[in-house]
Write a protein that binds this ligand. Sequence first.
Ligand SMILES: [Zn+2]
Length: 150
Amino acid sequence: MIRYALVCDAAHEFESWFPGAQAYEQQVKRGLVTCPVCNSARVSKAIMAPNVARKDRDAPEAKSPAPAQEVALLDEKMQALRVMMREMRAKIMEETTDVGAAFPDEARKIHEGEAEARPIRGEASWDEARALLEDGIEVMPIPPAPEERN
Ligand SMILES: [Zn+2]
């Protein structure tokens, strides 16, 4: 037995039991299913309005917090990353000597023992940095400060 919520063409809602879905279809087609209020035989399955409404309301609620949380987590990670980069940059700035554009030459000299060994920073193009790395000289890009752009 299947219980269907039905509605007639006058919008009366009622429930009725049927042996099965096919029996329901046949009985409605033959006009055997009638509205208990107005006796209309033009009935159809009612759209379960309360359920539909609840589903519609629940669906965005169930979904939206997840992406919002993901964004929040990302923001936190990015925030932590920025703090880390800023601290790293500050440490590099504090512990290195700025040699400016002479960096590639100076780094190579230090590597070859021709200059005093000390941590330095300066400017190097990607090609120059790569050439240094290929010669076994450890260089690393300084994290950019969020406020200023290098
Ligand atoms: Zn009716």
